[in-house]
Design a protein around this ligand. Structure first.
Ligand code: HEM
Length: 490
């Protein structure tokens, strides 16, 4: 082969390769720009609307994982919903691409009207969220929550005693105690009763407004956008917001001159000068509201699990009897010596995550994942239920088996060492996870120490079916169970 032939061949090879790359690049670009993630087609205009009324949408999403894969897209009334079914997809997007997925979908009724854009868990990514999130982290980081251990131990002891006094009223006892705890931590003992009353009232209205179909604005969203001069509904909601705002600011100012306020969130936030008084008042009210409501909704799952799995209960009681004895209540000093009780806390959260599809996110810009386009403004939903039931990580996933966490060596991406993803992901992971773990641990330890929890004596048999599912929340309703005193020397 002479040198000009060699050059020709060389140039052919270079051009051949170059055009192959260009063709592939063009193809992949076309591929990237046009294809949304796969998913069910639904009806014209209304899309897959029936998902709004599914009692357990997470089960449908989990089925779709087998049909469409880990990332599924559906349309509802023109809105794009993207479901993330696996740890990998949730970690890749919600933890690794935080700047794209840190948003929250707009909710005119709850976020804009009922809470005036001041409830930071609901607001979109931006300066207000950053300020409020920083404030919440300041009062709820792992070091800060240690200062509330005294409150936690006191309330857990009181709750265990009141369960024994009136076992049939366990549901209200738990609710009252957990709201009392969080409002004491928020505002101090002197103000906690008034705060708990106002905050329970407030959260009741928010929970009701969040049920799909509970407001006319769910069917006719334009009503929420009308000016208040022509919308009595909007006037009513805005008046309610002003009343709540006045009350929350009132609770805050009541405390500011109270030297007995001590280790409270109010005193913790008093130095935050980049926040207005209204903003501080709302951060504290929101944390007390979520803290009281969510943790009191998780403890009934523990009661149910103990009634259904007596061997687990016996093993935990044996551990507590050995470490704590029978003449005092458990404290946080005992925690490291009670690994099985700690494992129960994790298993309660994994087995029945209170939010099986988390708290929806919004994508802030167009993004590509595995060659699919996720459009800006999509509602992104992590299927926490499916992830917490990954059969490789959690064999017999539907069984309540705390021992799975005793030697849990798996790395659950994004779980920050919790072993489950019930607290969510990335920068918007639950702000209250440390105080929640504390509250669950100390209450569970106190109840196991003091009470035997069993099947009801009225002839009915408890099953796992007592869960009430509200579309985004699952928790047991009020069910009968037997709570009796263990032999103690207290
Ligand atoms: C008891 C168990 C609890 C569970 C399972 C839980 C779960 C969650 C989940 C799934 C999210 C959404 C995270 C995301 O978007 O990825 C969240 C957010 C949040 N949680 Fe919790 N939570 C619990 C308790 C608490 C408590 C006790 C507090 C406060 C004292 C709290 C305060 C918050 C706040 C403020 C947010 C919003 C964070 C943000 O948007 O930046 N949670 N929680």
């Amino acid at each position: 082969m002479n040198s000009s032939m060699a050059l020709q061949l060389y140039l052919c090879a270079v051009f051949g390769l170059a055009s192959l790359f260009v063709a592939r690049w063009k193809m992949s670009k076309k591929f990237r720009t046009s294809r949304p993630p796969p998913g069910p087609s639904g009806w014209p205009l209304i899309g897959y609307i029936s998902i709004l009324w599914e009692r357990k949408p997470w089960l449908r999403f989990t089925e779709w994982n087998d049909v469409y894969g880990p990332v599924v897209q559906l349309k509802v009334f023109g809105k794009t919903i993207v479901v993330l079914n696996t740890h990998k997809a949730a970690f890749d997007l919600l933890c690794q691409r935080k700047n794209v997925y840190n948003g929250r979908p707009p909710s005119i009724l709850i976020s804009d009207m009922l809470t005036g854009g001041l409830a930071f868990p609901l607001v979109n990514y931006g300066d207000l969220w950053k300020r409020h999130r920083r404030a919440a982290t300041f009062v709820l980081n792992p070091r800060a929550v240690e200062q509330y251990h005294g409150y936690q131990e006191h309330y857990a002891e009181q709750l265990a005693r009141s369960l024994l006094k009136d076992p049939a009223a366990w549901s209200e006892a738990i609710k009252g105690s957990l709201y009392g705890l969080f409002c004491s931590i928020g505002y101090g003992e002197a103000t906690k009763d008034r705060a708990a009353h106002s905050i329970r009232d407030f959260i009741g209205r928010i929970v009701f407004a969040a049920i799909p179909g509970s407001s006319i604005t769910d069917f006719f969203p334009f009503i929420a956008r009308l000016p208040s001069s022509v919308s009595p509904l909007k006037r009513r909601h805005l008046a309610q917001f002003r009343a709540d705002n006045k009350e929350f600011v009132g609770l805050l100012s009541k405390l500011q001159n109270d030297i007995t306020a001590g280790d409270t969130m109010v005193s913790g936030l008093s130095g935050m000068e980049d926040m207005t008084v209204d903003e501080r008042a709302w951060v504290i009210a929101v944390l007390c509201a979520i803290g009281g409501e969510v943790s009191s909704s998780v403890l009934p799952t523990f009661l149910l699990a103990m009634a259904l799995y007596p061997d687990v209960q016996r093993r935990a009681q044996l551990e507590i009897d050995t470490v704590v004895g029978k003449d005092r209540f458990p404290t946080f000093q005992d925690r490291n010596k009670l690994p099985y009780v700690q494992a129960i806390v994790r298993e309660v959260l994994r087995w029945r995550p209170i939010g099986p599809i988390g708290f929806p996110r919004a994508s802030l810009q167009d993004d590509y994942y595995n060659g699919h386009l996720i459009k800006a403004g999509s509602i992104v939903v992590p299927n926490i239920w499916a992830m917490n039931r990954d059969p490789v990580l959690y064999p017999d996933c539907d069984e309540f088996r705390p021992e799975r966490f005793l030697d849990f060596k798996h790395d659950v991406p994004g779980a920050l060492g919790q072993g489950h993803v019930s607290y969510g992901f990335g920068d918007r992971i639950c702000s209250g996870m440390h105080i929640a773990n504390d509250a669950l641990f100390i209450n569970i330890a106190a109840m196991l120490h003091t009470c035997d929890i069993g099947q009801p004596t009225n002839g009915t048999t408890l099953t796992k079916d007592v869960f009430e599912d509200f579309g985004v929340v699952t928790r047991p309703g009020v069910f009968p169970c037997k709570i009796s005193a263990r032999k103690m020397d207290l």
